[in-house]
Design a protein around this ligand. Structure first.
Ligand code: SF4
Length: 300
C-alpha cells in the first residue's frame, strides 16, 4: 500500500501561507457497495443482491496509517448502504474509537434498516456508543423527495420509526432534508464568503442584489439566510475594522440563538459558519478556529 501523503497538495498557484486549510481532517470509508435500493442517480450503480464489502484487514490498515498521521478527526462511513451489515458497522465504529483521535463520525443511510424487527436494539447500541464520540456520532436518513419515492410503501413506516428514534436519541439520529433550494442557499452563502475573503467588493454588491431577488422567489425561507444576507450588506457598509468586527459579533450572537438554528441544521452541517465568524472576531485563520472548537469540545 502506498504511503499516505503528509498534507494535501496546494491548489495551483496558491501561496502556502494564504491557504486556509491544507491539512485533510478526515476520511470517507466506503464500507460496501451493497444496497437494497436501485437509485438511478447512484454513482456506484448499487443494486439489490450485488456488490462487495471492504476487506476488514484493509479497513484496519487504513485506520492505523491515517490515524498515525492525524487524518482521522472526521470520519464518514458510507456505501452502498452502510447498515446492510449492522454488526460489521458496529465493529468499524468501535475500531475507530479505539484511541485513533476520531472526533466525529457521520453515517448517511437510506433508512431502510429501521424496518428490521430489532431496530430498537441497534439504535440503543448506537446511541450508547455515541456517548464515546467526542464531537458527535451523527446518523442521517436522506429524506428528500427522491428517496421517499424510492421507498414506496415503506416510506410511511420508515418515517414513523425514524421519528421515534429522533425523539428518543436526538443527539444521534437526524433526518437530512437538504433540498435543491437549500443547496442554492448554501451555494450563495459560500459564494458571498469566498468573495468577501478575496476582497471582491464590487462583485459582492451584485451578488447580494441577486441573493435578495432569490429570497423573494424562494418557497422555503429560513431565518438564517435572511439574517446572513442582511449581515453581509452591513459588513460591506462598515468602513472600519472595528465596525466590521461588531457586525461579525452580532451575526455570531444571532447564530447562537435557537430561533435562528431552527430548521437550518442542513445548511450548517455543510459549512461551519460559527467557526468562520469566530475566526473573524478573534483574528484567526479558519482552520485554527475549527481546531480550537474541536479541542474545546473534546475537553468537555
Ligand atoms: S440508496 Fe444510496 S447507495 Fe443505495 S442505490 Fe440509492 S444512492 Fe445508491
Amino acid at each position: 500500500m502506498e504511503a499516505l501523503p503528509d498534507i494535501a497538495p496546494l491548489p495551483a498557484g496558491a501561496s502556502r501561507s494564504r491557504c486556509m486549510a491544507r491539512v485533510p481532517l478526515g476520511c470517507v470509508f466506503y464500507l460496501t457497495t451493497r444496497c437494497q435500493q436501485r437509485c438511478a442517480h447512484c454513482w456506484l450503480e448499487c443494486q439489490p443482491d450485488q456488490g462487495a464489502d471492504m476487506d476488514p484487514a484493509m479497513f484496519s490498515e487504513i485506520v492505523r496509517r491515517a490515524a498515525a498521521q492525524g487524518l482521522l478527526r472526521v470520519v464518514t462511513l458510507t456505501g452502498g448502504e452502510p447498515f446492510i451489515d449492522p454488526d460489521r458497522l458496529l465493529e468499524c465504529i468501535r475500531e475507530l474509537l479505539a484511541g485513533h483521535g476520531v472526533l466525529e463520525i457521520f453515517i448517511p443511510t437510506n433508512g431502510l434498516w429501521v424496518l428490521a424487527d430489532d431496530y430498537r436494539g441497534l439504535a440503543e447500541e448506537l446511541a450508547f456508543i455515541g456517548q464515546f464520540v467526542p464531537y458527535e456520532l451523527r446518523i442521517a436518513w436522506s429524506m428528500n423527495r427522491w428517496n421517499l419515492k424510492q421507498l414506496g410503501r415503506n416510506a410511511r413506516p420508515v418515517a414513523q420509526r425514524w421519528r421515534e428514534l429522533e425523539h428518543r436519541f436526538p443527539q444521534v439520529f437526524r433526518r437530512r432534508t437538504l433540498e435543491r433550494e437549500d443547496l442554492q442557499s448554501l451555494a450563495r452563502i459560500l459564494s458571498l464568503i469566498l468573495h468577501f475573503e478575496m476582497g471582491n467588493n464590487v462583485l459582492l454588491e451584485s451578488l447580494l442584489r441577486s441573493a435578495t431577488r432569490f429570497l423573494q422567489k424562494k418557497n422555503r425561507l429560513y431565518d438564517l439566510e435572511r439574517r446572513f444576507f442582511h449581515f453581509m450588506s452591513e459588513l460591506m457598509r462598515a468602513p472600519s475594522k472595528q465596525e466590521q468586527k461588531r457586525a461579525f459579533q452580532k451575526m455570531r450572537e444571532e447564530l447562537s440563538s435557537s430561533a435562528v438554528l431552527a430548521g437550518t441544521q442542513a445548511l450548517l452541517q455543510t459549512f461551519d459558519l460559527e467557526a468562520w465568524l469566530d475566526a473573524k472576531i478573534k483574528g484567526l485563520s479558519f482552520a485554527t478556529a475549527v481546531r480550537m472548537k474541536w479541542n474545546e469540545r473534546q475537553k468537555k
